[in-house]
Design a protein around this ligand. Structure first.
Ligand SMILES: CC(C)(COP(=O)(O)OP(=O)(O)OC[C@H]1O[C@@H](n2cnc3c(N)ncnc32)[C@H](O)[C@@H]1OP(=O)(O)O)[C@@H](O)C(=O)NCCC(=O)NCCS
Length: 147
């Protein structure tokens, strides 16, 4: 298994980016300034994107594993890697997500704890109603992890 920092042509991973964030113009808001990492186990399995918020805080903006390979530990491995990668640069890593229990418990199992919410983030910023299964995403729930 290897994890590589991707510095060129980040859009080559658009299929994975859209798994976590289905509207491309929302991805375009953070991709140019984001630092991208790709996990390979023979071939590509997962990616993530991290942006700086200020001198103390960075934010995990996107993380996705190909559906076929979810639940095999790749997402957790990538979060452990970036937590270590950024621990000397930032104190805190944030991540925001819709109110979906499986994603929230994924982040909690990776060491994040609930922080705050941004009311109506999904209804205000996306051009169509966003659903995860039957659940409509309305507020953005932020979790944080001390690095
Ligand atoms: C969220 C996501 C990135 C997790 O990546 P992953 O490679 O599947 O994660 P891991 O295999 O490392 O899972 C770690 C833990 O999360 C939980 N988990 C992960 N995927 C899960 C799923 N589909 N259903 C239930 N629990 C899940 C498990 O509890 C797992 O714990 P375990 O190691 O004790 O089994 C992946 O499911 C994904 O790409 N989802 C679609 C995109 C997305 O929603 N991204 C987040 C946007 S905010």
């Amino acid at each position: 298994m290897k994890i590589e920092k991707i510095t060129e042509n980040k859009k080559q991973f658009l299929d994975l980016l859209l798994l976590a964030d289905e509207q491309e113009d929302m991805v375009d808001r953070y991709l140019p300034n984001g630092e991208m990492f790709a996990l390979y186990d023979n071939d590509l399995k997962s990616i993530c994107v991290v942006v700086a918020i200020n001198n103390e805080t960075c934010e995990l903006k996107n993380i996705a594993t190909y559906e076929k390979y979810q639940g095999k530990g790749y997402g957790r491995t990538l979060i452990n890697f970036i937590s270590d990668f950024y621990k000397n640069s930032y104190q805190t890593m944030l991540v925001g997500t819709g109110e979906t229990p499986t994603t929230l418990s994924f982040y909690e199992s990776c060491g994040f704890e609930k922080s705050h919410r941004v009311k109506n983030f999904f209804t205000d910023n996306y051009d169509h109603p966003m659903f995860d299964g039957d659940i409509q995403l309305v507020d953005m729930i932020y979790l944080k992890k001390e690095l």
